[in-house]
Design a protein around this ligand. Structure first.
Ligand SMILES: [Zn+2]
Length: 71
């Protein structure tokens, strides 16, 4: 039976500059809030694309998971 030796030495730390981290976190938060708004606003009666319920039906289970009322 052979064993693979563990690599010696310390792990390499991830160095991330703070302004770059703040930028990426802000972009991610804005995109997440936009997606959350998009999922929440499409009620079927008040739809993003007029009188169409395709978006509502496509994100239906996600709406229930996030706690939006629908039925
Ligand atoms: Zn439902």
């Amino acid at each position: 039976m052979t064993t693979i030796p563990a690599p010696a030495g310390k792990a390499t730390p991830v160095v991330l500059p703070v302004p770059k981290a703040v930028l990426w976190l802000s972009i991610t938060a804005l995109l997440a809030l936009g997606l959350y708004y998009f999922i929440g606003i499409d009620q079927g009666a008040v739809s993003v694309f007029g009188n169409d319920t395709h978006v509502h039906e496509f994100v239906h289970d996600a709406r229930h998971f996030l706690g939006f009322p629908c039925h």
